[in-house]
Design a protein around this ligand. Structure first.
Ligand code: NAD
Length: 297
């Protein structure tokens, strides 16, 4: 079998256009412009690139973008005071604190200081709890993007499928598993201590790899016809050139899978598009307006 390549770039462009339509309607019919505040502490170059990209795409969707940069030595009190101001600001509907934070700052404390209704990353403990109990929440952007790709590929047919999520982080693995459970898949969460990982992966109709280890899943672990969602982003050197690869060996997995996301151009572009979607959802909820069904689960 030669896998269909799932075009995350095209999906993300479509989602961003849908977001922009909703934003235009909110402005025209309700006089409201959704606003997203992004907080960056320190000068990590990769984080700087992500924050700029988020800001640009926020503005392109017609929303307000507020960027707050703090010095790498900023104190926890300073950061918490900023989050407090953003929580109270009615023009800010979404707040994102770019991770990782410098070591002296307590990440959990900082994330849990964000108003859960504005927590567009979906990392607040309340949102994690709401998701785990099947209630309306803010869903973390990367797993939400993965679910949208999966739903599009298997319209109405995820129930009962065997899904294996490799990785158990709070950001990707765990919420991804919750979403698949919500779709009535039979879900296994594999991780660094899982025994017989190849056998576990071989029984999966859906494989979501979120590990951060270049091409650790070879093609012969993939069940014939399975759908592979590769979340991993790994920078490696190949033939003297720096390239990005996923957690799955793309060429060999493409020979067995029914569908697969490439890296780059698969899950990555969906993440920021889902961040914009979550901001519009948060804005609608804050204003007591019906939330657009095509932006959430
Ligand atoms: P993480 O380091 O927090 O978690 C990695 C997980 O992989 C852990 O739960 C660990 O148990 C598991 N693991 C490690 N070694 C393993 C092994 N040998 N076998 C099985 N499991 C193993 O990482 P994360 O934040 O969840 O990110 C995972 C990957 O996804 C990274 O490459 C990251 O860059 C990427 N990522 C991409 C996006 C995107 O937008 N595409 C967003 C977030 C993360």
């Amino acid at each position: 079998m030669t896998a269909r390549h799932i075009d995350g770039k095209a999906h993300a462009a479509k989602l961003r256009a849908t977001v922009a339509d909703h934003v235009a309607r909110l402005k025209q019919e309700n006089g409201i412009t959704p606003g997203l505040a992004v907080v960056l502490v320190g000068d990590d170059p990769a984080s700087g690139v992500y924050v700029r990209s988020k800001g640009r795409q926020t503005v392109e969707a017609g929303m307000n973008s507020f960027e707050h940069r703090l010095d790498a030595r900023a104190s926890e009190a300073e950061l918490l005071a900023l989050i407090g101001r953003l929580n109270d600001d009615p023009g800010v509907h979404g707040i994102l604190v770019q991770l990782p934070l410098p070591d002296h700052l307590n990440e959990a404390l900082v994330i849990n200081a964000i108003d859960p209704a504005k927590d567009v990353d979906g990392f607040h403990i309340s949102n994690a709890g709401l998701l785990a109990t099947g209630q309306k929440s803010m869903v973390p952007c990367t797993p939400l993007g993965c679910l949208m790709l999966l739903r599009d590929h298997h319209p109405g047919a995820l129930a009962g499928m065997e899904a294996v999520v490799i990785g158990r982080s709070n950001i990707v693995g765990k919420p991804m598993a919750q979403l698949l459970l919500g779709e009535s898949c039979t879900v296994t969460i594999a991780h660094s201590r899982t025994r017989s990982l190849p056998e576990v992966v071989r029984r999966a109709d859906i494989v979501v790899a979120a590990v951060g280890r270049a091409e650790m899943v070879p093609g012969d672990w993939i069940k014939e016809g399975a759908t592979v969602i590769d979340v991993g982003i790994n920078r490696i050197e190949r033939d003297g050139r720096k390239v990005l690869v996923g957690d799955v060996e793309f060429a060999s997995a493409s020979e067995r899978a029914g569908a697969i996301t490439p890296v780059p151009g698969g899950v990555g572009p969906m993440t920021i598009a889902c961040l914009l979607a979550n901001t519009v959802t948060a804005c609608c909820r804050a204003n007591g307006l019906p939330e657009p069904e095509d932006l959430t689960m």
